[in-house]
Design a binder for this molecule. Structure first.
Ligand SMILES: *Cc1c(COP(=O)(O)O)cnc(C)c1O
Length: 311
């Protein structure tokens, strides 16, 4: 599909139209744009049955909500916020057991589509697609262009008969992707056949998994070039954030290049308007450049941008 929103809409339309779909109140999220779980549910023709509370949902909450009208149990990844404190949620494995005991499918909207074990890179573990399927999820949907690092797209993976029902739905043609996107997605997925290579070769994954030690030399190189161009700067420790509805609240340690300027907002605006745009952030009055998302051969462009932005 052309994005995960379309994947969720199609999955619900094909499997749960006219039926009830049970979702935890802690997972009725808004992702950005106008993707809100209750709205997508309505659009897909399913009736939302909310269970649990904002902070806690228990297995018995799902059990008690299941009746003759129930079409599926749905789990939604929170994606862009975190729930901390007095909380409880039902895992995909547990939800799948409950669903299967009642002859229902366990559907999962996992959002980011992470395929690698991120804990190997010092990040919090996120269940990967293969782990969700192994845990018993019948269908999982996810985006191509979040943690997967592929072109924009939406996936529905899982049980063959259910995927086939989605494929045969009239909506499928309306939300299908073009051949160029498919080629890009195929090329990205092939890299995952060798996980080490995927982390190295897929730009988004490489940037997310880069350690502070890997980023430090690039920060030093950028600082050296800026000083040579007459721009004073310092290299300091800092953190990067993933954004884009993935890894909420997770700090990725990085090295930053800090530039002092009396009017940082104006410099920031000029950098953003530069061709190509250079995105920085301002903290404690300092312009901060995070080389995590730069390639080595892009440093000169950043230097030119700063030279024209600092007047
Ligand atoms: C990002 C996200 C979506 C929407 O995905 P798009 O590919 O941007 O349409 C839907 N559900 C969840 C849980 C998400 O994280």
């Amino acid at each position: 599909m052309n994005n995960n929103a379309a994947a969720v809409l199609l999955m619900l339309s094909a499997l749960a139209a006219g039926k009830e779909v049970v979702v935890s109140r802690g997972e009725l999220v808004e992702i950005g744009g106008s993707f809100r779980v209750p709205d997508v549910m309505k659009q897909g023709g399913a009736r939302l049955v909310e269970v649990g509370t904002t902070n806690k949902t228990h297995p018995r909450d799902y059990e008690e909500a299941i009746g003759p009208e129930t079409g599926a149990l749905l789990k939604v990844h929170r994606s862009n916020f975190r729930l901390e404190g007095f909380t409880a949620e039902v895992s995909v494995a547990e939800l799948a057991r409950i669903a299967h005991r009642h002859g229902l499918p366990c559907l999962v909207d996992w959002g980011s589509g992470v395929m690698l074990d991120l804990s190997r890179y010092g990040l919090p573990h996120e269940a990967t697609m293969p782990e969700l399927i192994a845990a018993g999820a019948d269908l999982v949907t996810f985006s191509g262009d979040k943690l997967l690092g592929a072109p924009q797209g939406g996936f529905i993976v899982g049980r063959r008969d259910l995927v086939e029902r989605c494929r045969r739905h009239p909506l499928t043609r309306a939300v299908r992707v073009d051949k160029l996107t498919l080629a890009g997605i195929e090329a990205t997925l092939k890299l995952y056949l060798e996980p080490e290579r995927a982390a190295e070769r897929i730009p988004a994954v490489r940037m997310l998994t880069a350690s502070r030690e890997q980023i430090a030399p690039r920060a030093e190189a950028l600082a050296g070039k800026l000083r040579a161009a007459g721009i004073a700067c310092e290299v300091i420790d800092g953190v990067s954030r993933a954004g884009g509805g993935a890894l909420p609240g997770v700090d990725l340690p990085t090295r930053l290049v800090a530039v002092a300027h009396p009017a940082p907002q104006e410099v920031e605006a000029r950098l953003r308007a530069f061709d190509p745009p250079v995105m920085v952030r301002i903290q404690a009055g300092l312009l901060l450049l995070d080389p995590r998302t730069l390639w080595d051969d892009e440093l000169d462009v950043v230097v030119s941008a700063l030279r024209s932005a600092i007047v």
